[in-house]
Ligand binder design. Structure first.
Ligand code: UDP
Ligand code: MG
Length: 327
């Protein structure tokens, strides 16, 4: 090659400056997708300079969600559908949606209108000021049951105590992210993805906008208590090894006190002579230690399981087809 020849510069202009992708995971939401698209259209009607795209991820719905989306696509060319082969869960669906999104800024948003689309405009305002992440923060959780509120508080308390980086309280997946943030998330190799934790882990210049979270527009929640409990376990074990380390201290404390107790028994035998009764204390010690060991093994198993799953290096989701408008 002639050394005077100019080095070819990058011709790919990248995403247009004000393009926005809304990433919407949907699971059995045939009743809500129409409402959602109408509302978003109305909100962005007055913002012609923002090039909008909808990226719906159909997370293995068993109702007529896909049909509903395909029929919406006929009148909405900005709508794209990523159809997964089965239900992979919201975290995995989000991962697939973020990967498929093409916008300069990307916002994951729930289809049930609990994340109001108007707030996205406020987020874009902050992004234009130079923030790379704009997190939607709920200022009330009245729409949630008291059990969900209490358990969410406990979760954040435990998580933020034992994890190295703080996760903002009362913030869900609803947040604006710059293309740079999306690229950073894409670099993270883990296949079990606790998105809220990953979002917090990548950092970047972050701003917040507060909003009131309304109740679900239609349909029912897809998260029951057991699912949420597993989700919380996932969150804690994804970002902290403190639960593993605790057992060193618990073990040391129990071993230390049994040593002290044995000295006490020895002294008593020496002073008062041999003492046969002791069934109760024996049983207590045996069952207590047995329980402790089982918990310890459980915690080890939790991490070993995670390592096992990561070691398989399976893809996060499988995509059956991507439907573009007009295809
Ligand atoms: N969702 C999903 N896959 C699932 C469960 C839920 O894609 O396995 C989607 C769901 O369609 C909705 C969003 O995740 O768009 C939030 O779900 P939901 O409103 O049921 O959760 P909640 O607001 O009650 O926490
Ligand atoms: Mg909801």
């Amino acid at each position: 090659m002639n050394s005077n020849e100019a080095i070819p510069c990058r011709t790919d202009p990248g995403p247009p400056p004000d393009s926005l992708s809304l990433v919407v995971p949907v699971y059995n939401e045939a009743d809500t997708v129409g409402f959602f698209v109408d509302r978003v259209r109305a909100v962005f009607q007055g913002e012609p300079e923002i090039a909008l795209e909808f990226v719906f991820v159909n997370d293995g719905s068993t109702d007529r969600t896909l049909e509903a989306l395909l029929s919406l696509q006929k009148s909405e060319p900005r709508l794209r559908i990523v159809d997964l082969t089965r239900n992979f869960g919201k975290e995995a669906a989000l991962t697939a949606g973020l990967k498929a999104a093409r916008g300069r800024v990307v916002v994951p948003i729930d289809v049930d209108l609990q994340d109001p689309p108007e707030i996205v405009l406020e987020m874009i305002g902050k992004w234009r000021e130079g923030y790379e992440v704009v997190v939607g923060r709920r200022i009330n959780r009245d729409a949630d049951s008291w059990a969900k509120r209490i358990s969410a508080n406990c979760f954040y308390w435990v998580h933020n105590r034992i994890s190295d980086h703080e996760m903002p309280r009362n913030a869900g997946d609803f947040r604006l992210m710059d293309r740079r943030v999306i690229a950073a998330l894409d670099e993270l190799p883990e296949s079990r993805r606790f998105m809220k934790g990953l979002f917090a882990w990548v950092g970047f210049r972050t701003a917040y906008v507060d909003y009131v979270r309304p109740a679900r527009a239609a349909g029912t929640t897809k998260f029951n208590g057991w699912k949420l409990w597993n989700f919380a376990l996932e969150g804690v074990t994804s970002f902290s090894t403190a639960p593993l380390r605790i057992w060193t201290y618990v073990g040391a404390a129990v071993a230390g006190s049994s040593f002290a107790f044995s000295l006490f028994i020895l002294a008593r035998v020496l002073i008062q002579g041999r003492d046969v009764p002791g069934y109760a204390s024996l049983m207590v010690a045996v069952t207590f230690l047995g329980g402790l060991q089982l918990i310890g093994i459980g915690v080890l198993g939790e991490y070993l399981g995670r390592t096992y799953i990561e070691a398989k290096r399976r893809p996060v989701v499988l995509i059956r087809q991507i439907y573009e408008a007009g295809s």
